[in-house]
Write a protein that binds this ligand. Structure first.
Ligand code: GLU
Length: 318
């Protein structure tokens, strides 16, 4: 069993990210598995090296440890996506050989004007209607003279089903979300491609992550299949929302681990609070992360999204 936590260093780590990290770590450690950290900075425009370093500091402060990661290395590194582009390029070559890629010349405006198709997947906007998949080679060459294309992965002709260890049985109809981008026109590889290549090459057997990525999973499963790779098991855990009803993010600055630490809150208090709101323990007593390993069971993890009310926060911040 090999698990991982894969933060995107685009903002300070907050209690929502910390909760996912803690649960992934507990799932792995309770199965006596190996845990790795991977920095997902494939989107260079959103990522900052200082934030990647801060994330490691925050995780360590919380009481988590890892067997492989960007700071300590390991046999399946590098563990930072910006250093792994050769592997992504290789995967694209394999997908191209399998006839699963095509160039897409659609502009942002054209894509935005596509009415949401019935099988749209929430996380990435309206379904791509496949416009460029039917271009003739001549049309394609003519367009290429004027515009650098992005590359899209052609979905298969089967529905996708899988059993999520937290969210339960999942079924997505054929073509859900539409053919998706694996490399942007500006040369950036997509999250979907990078995460599949990395999890496969790093031997990850169990992916536990936020429920916002549940509808990315059918796409990723299709990439695993097209690349002839064995997919991991998946568990998608509930997201945390602020009392404003919005997902926890940078603007909830006071809920970053760094802010809690400088307010004098102990890591055991944060872990105890996270364990309680995630459903692992009945009350938010301070506890070390390592003390939760023995009793951890994935079935205990709450399946409802978590709204962090002022009352709940009061238990943490006092
Ligand atoms: N890098 C993603 C994030 O920070 C997580 C990706 C994953 O776990 O698959 O939201």
């Amino acid at each position: 069993m090999r698990g991982r936590f894969a933060p995107t260093p685009s903002g300070p780590m907050h209690i929502g990210n910390a909760s996912t990290a803690l649960l992934a770590w507990l799932q792995t450690r309770s199965a006596d598995g190996e845990f790795l950290i991977r920095i997902e900075d494939v989107d260079a425009t959103r990522s900052k090296a200082e934030l990647a370093e801060q994330a490691l500091t925050d995780l360590r402060w919380l009481g988590l440890d890892w067997d492989e990661g960007p700071d300590i290395g390991g046999s399946r590194g590098p563990y930072t996506q910006s250093e792994r582009t050769a592997a992504y390029e290789e995967a694209l070559t394999a997908l191209d050989r399998a006839g699963r890629l095509y160039s897409c010349f659609c502009s942002r405006a054209e894509l935005a004007s596509v009415a949401s198709a019935p099988h749209g997947l929430g996380s990435e906007g309206p379904s791509y209607p496949g416009t460029c998949s039917s271009l003739t080679p001549m049309q394609r060459e003519a367009k290429r003279l004027r515009k650098q294309p992005s590359l899209r992965f052609m979905l298969g002709s089967q529905p996708v089903e899988f059993l999520d260890a937290v969210a339960g049985p999942q079924a997505f109809p054929t073509g859900a979300g539409g053919d998706f981008i694996v490399k942007r026109a500006d040369g950036m590889f997509s999250y979907q491609l990078a995460v599949v290549v990395d999890d496969a090459m790093m031997g990850v057997t169990d992916v536990l992550r936020g429920a916002d990525l549940l509808d990315s999973t059918p796409r990723q499963l299709q990439l695993y299949e097209a690349l002839g790779l064995r997919p991991p098991r998946f568990a998608h855990v509930p997201l945390m929302f602020g009392s404003d009803g919005k997902r926890l993010a940078k603007r909830h600055g006071g809920l970053s681990l760094a802010a809690l630490r400088s307010a004098g809150i102990a890591p055991e208090e944060v872990v105890g609070w996270l364990a309680a709101v995630s459903g692992l323990t009945p009350t938010a007593e301070p506890v070390r992360a390592s003390e939760l390993i023995r009793h951890f069971r994935i079935e205990q993890v709450t399946t409802e999204s978590i709204t962090v009310t002022d009352g709940m926060l009061g238990q943490l911040i006092g």
